[in-house]
Design a protein around this ligand. Sequence first.
Ligand SMILES: [Zn+2]
Length: 169
Amino acid sequence: MKGSCLINSSIVLGLRIIGKGFSAGKKLCAFLGLPFLSKLAFRNQERKLLKATERVAQENINTALSEIKGSNSFTKCGISIDGTWQRRGYSSLNGCNYYGIAIRSNVGNLQKMMSSVIAAFFHCVSGKNNSLHGQCPEGSESWCRYQKAKAAGSPLKEIEQGSPNKIIN
Ligand SMILES: [Zn+2]
């Protein structure tokens, strides 16, 4: 990727991660006296990022699926995909499937899909020394067990290590 392209992708991704869009980026750059992407270029960057996240999500889903297929018993799989996004067991496959849910439940809504995928990504890499559930939906109905526990008034203690920062960055 060329330097200027990388900066464009990075700024669009950065804005999306903090929950902002084209207008916020335009304002920020105007304030700093920097040039900013046209609306069309911004949307193109978003589309590229979406394709990349979709590809990663699909790879994750495929890995999770082959993990399930590889195990002898379906009872090992603690995922419930019944629309409630509830967690019914403990499985390393659980987090990966949030990407799939995030994508499938937001078809046709690029903005929502992006933020859901980003939330799922941060949720998946979150760990005990690095809690990253800020983008996860809040409340007792959340698919995120951290937010769910928080809503219930008994904050969850993360036990897993989480992904190393190298992967997150
Ligand atoms: Zn979470």
